[in-house]
Design a protein around this ligand. Structure first.
Ligand code: BJW
Ligand code: ZN
Length: 255
């Protein structure tokens, strides 16, 4: 299937949802989770780092790992895929960006208020009273990826501060999930970019759009479980495929 077929869908669309995963930030140098050799879960144990039980058992291990992640992400810059998505948003005002990513590269590329389904590395909060905590200044001092770091104490109750991300077994932020489902149910095109589509309930978002009759374009170098619901599967890296797709938009708005 070709970029031309996808471009025809994009040109007709008035309400677009762009649903992104770690692959959209891969070409900014941020590792994905499940890519076979380079993904975070190939090197680290998700159960020991990305669950509430892990934080309870060893807050310094988990906090240190997330500070390393925040340093890596803080030094990254948006790539051509983030920029192309912001251009789609500028050209088609009814566009909603829904991301599973905890970086801020969509915002840095110019996307306005993307919906963050899995939280953010920049929104730490108290692990007990949930009060927001002040994010540390700057990109961090690059602790080694395994270095323990005692989390700061909450200013209100003294409990350890935790990363503001959604771990396995935790509910997604209700307002974000509801807004994403509503946008998917109401869109006339969904573009899914760089996600393996295996983590729920986020993976429902493209499926909701398809159930409500919207065509779905997928941008991913590899097949995913979402292939079957997609109208067009564009196999390739997002930073190559999306700029090509955006070339189909009217010149003034798209560039
Ligand atoms: C490129 C590219 C390039 C590469 N260009 N593309 C059994 C069945 C079904 C569900 C479950 C189950 N057992 C447990 C569950 C539930 C669980 C779940 O889904 N688990 C599955 C993994 C089995 N879900 C949860 O626990 C969720 N919560 C929940 O269900 O709560 C229930 C509840 C309700 C009420 C009260 C209480 C509880 C929460 C899920 C949270 C996920 N968290 C993480 C970590 C976030 C923090 C952090 O960053 O550390 O979110 S895990 C990780 O996966 C992260 C991601 O957002 C998420 C999705 O990953 P993503 O983005 O798709 O990345 P990858 O690596 O998987 O894929 C990258 C893709 O890019 C690949 O396809 C590449 O090919 C591609 N690619 N280069 C384009 N250049
Ligand atoms: Zn507190």
């Amino acid at each position: 299937m070709t970029v031309r077929e996808a471009a025809d869908l994009l040109l007709k669309a008035r309400k677009v949802v762009v649903f992104t995963g770690a692959g959209v930030s891969a070409e900014s140098g941020i590792p994905t989770f499940r890519d076979a050799l380079t993904g975070l879960w190939a090197r680290f144990d998700a159960q020991a780092l990305a669950t509430p039980e892990a934080f309870e058992a060893d807050p310094a291990l988990v906090y240190g790992w997330y500070e390393w992640r925040r340093t890596v992400v803080g030094r990254a810059r948006p790539n051509a895929a983030h920029t192309a998505i912001a251009k789609i948003e500028a050209a088609i005002p009814g566009t909603v960006v829904v991301t599973q990513n905890v970086d801020a590269l969509h915002e840095q590329a110019g996307s306005v208020s993307p919906i963050h389904l899995h939280g953010s590395l920049y929104a730490p909060r108290c692990s007990s009273c949930a009060e927001p905590a002040t994010p540390p200044d700057g990109p961090g001092d690059e602790p080694a990826d395994g270095r323990r770091l005692t989390p700061p104490a909450c200013e209100h109750c003294g409990a350890p501060v935790r990363p503001g991300v959604v771990w396995f077994g935790e509910a997604l932020p209700m307002d974000a999930l509801e807004a994403a489902v509503a946008a998917a149910a109401d869109c006339d095109l969904l573009i899914t970019v760089g996600t393996s589509g295996v983590v729920y309930p986020a993976a429902e978002i493209p499926q909701v759009a398809a159930r409500f009759g919207a065509p779905v374009i997928q941008v991913n170098p590899l097949p995913t479980p979402l292939d079957d619901i997609c109208t067009v599967n564009l196999r390739g890296p997002a930073a190559e495929v999306l700029p090509e797709l955006v070339l189909s938009l009217p010149p003034t708005a798209a560039r």
